[in-house]
Design a protein around this ligand. Structure first.
Ligand code: SAH
Length: 338
């Protein structure tokens, strides 16, 4: 999965911009400016909550076209001292998307990093929208003899093609499955993202030592659960996960409970997850939409209305997407979580 997405030569993200109507999928910041603006104000509040430090790292993991960050910074100007304190740091592997981000954020003078490790040690406000779903998972399959791992190999005979295969059962794999699911019947599958948990641990350690808050937004489940969610998407339609690797987006649902556990193990507090719709309503999307409509033409008003619905309706992104916040232990729930 990591190779298919981020191989320097053939990785899906490396040589293309997959976003938008003409691409493969659309994300919330591309639906409406309201999304990034409300998150920018959430960050301003988070900055005040940590005592308004003179410098704060505003970090985005996987910023795509840079749209969310551009909208967030524009909204942040409403709190000029915050706008002056923030330093934009972008964690991005794709040279193609880095170029898009550079164009969208030229006046922000962002700094790019391969991983969070390169970001300076400062109080931290971190955003990750549709980032964790792109991190590789391991798929564990229960066998009569214990947990085995689903692997990718070459299909036997015929033209070269990829095929799934199974490792022998290995007692070490069971340790990756939460206690409550370990007794699953043979045939059931569990997905775990060690890469996602490792990144959350790194965020949690920074929050503990420097203060701040992180916001993880993605589709996924609140509780760790059995079942396969790995899927490939190309031009807004499902695609076979093993055919033409590197030409389709590969994603998995995010296991928010596993991320929250990883954060707590490192001494951070996890808040939520809450549904994206409820989160945006609490941050004031209704007022923001009304404000935008005041200056809009009738067709623009219709766009604003439908974008708000798409972002918040329980049967659309509003229910499918969830928001998890991380703070240092002992900090109260941030805006949108109470
Ligand atoms: N957050 C954006 C884009 C989501 S697509 C939005 O909401 O529109 C996923 C983003 O994560 C892309 O920018 C992709 O290049 C980046 N990405 C994927 N895997 C990554 C990795 N392992 N390290 C850093 N960035 C990664």
């Amino acid at each position: 999965m990591a190779a298919a997405l981020t191989d320097p030569e053939y990785g899906y993200y490396m040589g293309r911009d997959p976003l938008g109507a003409s691409g493969d999928f659309i994300t919330a910041p591309e639906v409406s400016q309201m999304f990034g603006e409300l998150i920018g104000l959430w960050c301003a509040e988070g900055w005040q909550a940590v005592g308004a430090p003179p410098q704060v790292a505003l970090v985005e993991l996987g910023p795509g076209r840079g749209t969310l960050m551009a909208d967030a910074r524009r909204a942040a100007r409403q709190v000029p001292a915050f706008a002056a304190a923030l330093r934009v740091h972008l964690v991005e592997v794709s040279p193609t998307l880095r170029a898009r981000q550079e164009a969208a954020l030229a006046d922000a003078e962002p700094t790019w990093h391969e991983t969070l490790a390169g970001v300076p040690e400062l109080p931290l406000l971190l955003i990750a929208n549709e980032f964790f779903d792109a991190l590789p998972v391991r798929q564990l399959v229960k066998q009569p003899g214990g947990w085995a791992e689903r692997l990718v190999g070459l299909a036997a005979g015929g033209a070269p093609a990829l095929a799934f295969t199974l490792s022998p059962p290995d007692p070490g794999l069971g340790a990756l499955v939460p206690d409550a699911l370990r007794a699953a019947p043979p045939g059931r599958l569990f997905e775990v993202s060690p890469a996602g948990q490792e990144i959350v641990r790194a965020i949690a350690r920074r929050l503990r030592s420097h203060g701040g808050a992180a916001l993880i937004i993605d589709y996924g489940h609140e509780e760790s659960a059995l079942g396969e969610t790995l899927q490939a998407v190309r031009r807004h339609a499902r695609h076979d996960v093993l055919s033409e690797p590197g030409t389709a987006d590969l994603t998995c649902h995010v296991d928010f409970a596993a991320l929250a556990r990883a954060a707590r193990e490192e001494g951070a507090a996890a808040h939520g997850p809450v549904a994206q719709g409820a989160f945006l309503e609490r941050l004031g999307i209704a007022a923001r939409a009304a404000r935008l409509m005041e200056r809009a033409t009738p067709p623009q008003r219709e766009d604003i209305r439908s974008a708000r619905l798409r972002l918040t309706a329980p049967d659309q992104m509003g229910g499918l997407f969830k928001v998890l916040a991380l703070t240092p232990e002992g900090a109260g729930p941030p805006a949108g979580f109470h």
